[in-house]
Design a protein around this ligand. Structure first.
Ligand code: COA
Ligand code: MG
Length: 293
């Protein structure tokens, strides 16, 4: 999944628009973008939306962001949406991998009640939204077989720690947020799940988004959250390997295949060894992923 678009769960207009946005996944939101007195209505709207979208042949993957496990809402959120069988649940503000485990147990029950295949609902956690989570990152590794991806949040973290900004005047993330981002990347890769970069909130700044998405793809993230349909194509492009990257990866793989005993090869005056082969294989895997949906 290259692009995951947030859609406020109580907006008919945005739900309708989201299906044709080109996003690989939609995150139907019950948390921050839905006011307290609209949560019940949003649950019903999301359930109906998923039920009807699931019948469509070519559709994005459908996730629901529930409220955090520290609230009184999350159980009712699951009760409200699980009968429609979403592809996964997005967990905000976990304190550690223990919260992923708790959610996973609740999903066991919800799946049984809804007649869904046990274990079929995946989990993506939004890490680093609370400071203690930054300190607990290794606990996400092995927290649940349902875990499919890890992303990270800067806005809630800044409110918690009292930063007045998350970025330098030139747009670069400040030190606490670079740490959060980089820990998310290392943790997701260690857990064998998808590393997903956070939102870029200045949704009219397309050049800024393009640069940030390119940097994320360069560093190893394989997708990025979106908040506006205009961001989707830019994100998809950034996380789709270019023909040049694919050709280069194929050359490296072919060179190693031609000399299976070689630990190192040379190509166009540069040295390539085993890590480069692994990287080349990842590029092709990502190209396959990107073509899937
Ligand atoms: N999903 C689906 N459709 C969206 C959308 C989204 N996230 N954001 C905007 N749209 C739609 C609008 O409804 C509008 O469609 P319309 O012309 O049929 O009414 C069109 O895209 C253009 O929107 P625009 O006027 O440029 O933006 P806006 O001022 O209406 O909305 C936001 C701006 C930020 C409020 C909106 O993008 C949004 O709600 N984003 C998601 C917020 C969210 O979920 N936050 C929580 C995670 S951080
Ligand atoms: Mg938030």
């Amino acid at each position: 999944m290259r692009s995951l678009l947030f859609v406020p769960g109580d907006s008919d207009r945005k739900l309708a628009k989201a299906l044709s946005s080109g996003a690989d996944a939609l995150i139907l939101d019950l948390e921050d973008s839905v006011a307290l007195d609209r949560k019940a209505e949003a649950r019903a709207m999301i359930r109906d939306f998923i039920a009807s979208a699931k019948g469509q042949e070519k559709r994005p993957r459908l996730y629901v962001r529930i409220n955090s496990l520290n609230t009184d809402f999350w159980s009712a959120d699951l009760e409200g949406v699980m009968p429609a069988g979403p592809d996964g649940i997005i967990l905000p503000k976990p304190r550690s991998g223990e919260d992923v485990h708790r959610l996973s147990l609740a999903l066991d029950h919800a799946e049984e009640a809804a007649g869904l295949k046990l274990g079929s609902t995946r989990i993506i956690a939004i890490t680093t939204e609370v400071p203690i989570c930054v300190l607990n990152m290794p606990s996400f590794i092995g927290s649940s077989t349902r875990l499919e991806g890890l992303t990270w949040g800067a806005e809630d973290l800044s409110a918690e720690i009292g930063s007045t900004a998350t970025r330098e005047p030139n747009g670069a993330l400040t030190s606490p947020y670079r740490l959060a981002r980089d820990l998310c990347l290392f943790t997701a890769v260690s857990a064998g799940v998808q590393p997903i970069d956070t939102v870029f909130i200045d949704f009219r700044d397309q050049d800024g988004l393009r640069a940030e998405a390119a940097a994320a793809a360069r560093d190893g993230f394989t997708g990025k959250l979106a908040i506006h349909p205009d961001q989707v194509a830019i994100i998809n492009e950034a996380f789709t390997p270019s023909q040049r990257e694919i050709d280069h990866a194929r050359d490296i793989i072919a060179m190693f295949a031609a000399s299976p005993d070689a630990g190192v090869i040379s190509l166009n005056g540069r040295m390539y060894d085993r890590p480069h082969l692994t990287r080349a294989e990842r590029v092709l895997a990502r190209a396959g992923l990107a073509n899937k949906e």
